[in-house]
Design a protein around this ligand. Structure first.
Ligand SMILES: Nc1ncnc2c1ncn2[C@@H]1O[C@H](COP(=O)(O)OP(=O)(O)OP(=O)(O)O)[C@@H](O)[C@H]1O
Length: 357
């Protein structure tokens, strides 16, 4: 079973730096100082597998990390640590993702299809079907920025299902359409299921989740609270939301603040240590667990930040370039400047203008 999976995520985390401005972001990129901007762990070690043909529902309160996880699986954003293996093409339908605002609907269809590896001939052939499915009338030739969220969702869904991906990811996209479109989408999802496609379905509607999903993962403030048979998980989630709703405003606030503070103070080092210790106690005979876990955490990750060594190297290259520029301007040779650095301050060439001694 394990070998046949379509999607596997192991110990996946996602950290966001909470920069206030773009310049703060740029400064932090080059900074060698250890002083860090505030950060937030949107995911704190998620592991799950999705089998071929399975429809997995993702549920959880606002901000729990569902979109972050589905964006990582679809390759839109990288994970901070952990292993992600997706076997097949993905196509994501999300209200705020995937469509270029300045392009028309028709241009978006072409762009997304080309990005998915389709030829212009294939796209021309498919274009009328996508437009008919989206059913947005003349708006198909208008820039997407003029669309309502329902229209975006229609177009996004129409493109995603016609591209015929191996793995379809639907992130809250059905919640903004009207009833007719919703039914059309449900029919299409059912057709996809019958064809044995794999689907990840993110929704706040437990009714939709229960109707469409074979298995459900409940993401709770960055952690995987529960994964399993649909009804079992949705019932537990209902119990949680019922409990949460009966709290007073103050209690709700305290609960959320505590959860968010755990996400702010999460330590990736401690988490890695915890996973290493767990592995060691489960498999005492295994050698080299430290390096195996390190590889699991960082082996398939492209760092979004410059390492200290890279930062030092960048600074060194920059200083060498500045040095050679100054030597060039001074008119002395490198040897002269190295033997007497003060020569850099007394340029010989540029001040020796014709007629001036
Ligand atoms: N680019 C970003 N920079 C900083 N924080 C981010 C960024 N994107 C998401 N987050 C934070 O990560 C957490 C998870 O967000 P995410 O959108 O994945 O949650 P969600 O479960 O999909 O929420 P919702 O149900 O409201 O769509 C949130 O606290 C959010 O504020």
């Amino acid at each position: 079973m394990e070998k046949d999976y379509k999607v596997k995520v192991e110990n996946v985390t996602k950290e966001y730096d909470l920069f206030k401005t773009q310049s703060e972001k740029l400064r932090s990129f080059f900074s060698v100082s250890k002083k860090r901007v505030p950060h937030f762990w949107s995911l704190m070690g998620i592991s799950l597998t999705i089998q071929p043909g399975e429809t997995l529902g993702l549920i959880g309160v606002n901000g729990s990390g569902k979109s972050t996880l589905s964006n990582i699986i679809s390759g839109i954003i990288p994970q901070t640590t952990g292993y992600v293996d997706v076997r097949g093409d993905t196509s994501i339908v999300a209200i705020h993702a995937g469509l270029r605002n300045n392009l028309t609907g028709r241009e978006n269809i072409r762009l997304k299809s080309l990005m998915q590896g389709m030829t212009n001939e294939q796209i021309d052939e498919m274009m009328p079907d996508i437009i008919a499915f989206a059913d947005i009338g003349d708006f198909v030739d208008q820039p997407v920025k003029s669309y309502s969220s329902g229209m975006r969702s229609r177009l996004g869904f129409a493109i995603a299902v016609h591209i015929n991906p191996d793995i379809l990811i639907i992130d809250e996209a059905l919640s903004v359409g009207d009833d007719t479109f919703y039914q059309k989408c449900v029919d299409k999802i059912t057709e996809f299921k019958q064809e044995g496609k794999t689907i990840i379905f993110v929704s706040h509607s437990l009714k939709q989740i229960e109707m469409l999903c074979d298995k459900v993962a409940w993401i709770n403030y960055g952690e995987l609270k529960m994964v399993g048979e649909t009804k079992t998980v949705t019932n537990k989630y209902r119990e949680f939301t019922k409990w949460f709703k009966q709290l007073s405003k103050k209690e709700k606030h305290a609960f959320e603040t505590e959860r968010k503070s755990i996400q702010k103070n999460f330590s990736i080092k401690n988490y890695q240590k915890q996973i290493t210790e767990e592995m060691q106690s489960q498999h005492p005979e295994e050698k080299d667990i430290h390096s195996k876990i390190h590889k699991l955490f960082y082996g398939s990750v492209i760092s979004e930040k410059m390492s200290v060594w890279n930062q030092l190297l960048t600074w060194a290259v920059l200083l060498v370039v500045i040095f050679f520029c100054l030597v060039n301007v001074s008119g002395y040779s490198v040897g002269h400047v190295l033997s007497d650095p003060s020569l850099i301050m007394h340029p010989s060439n540029i001040l020796r203008l014709p007629g001036i001694k």
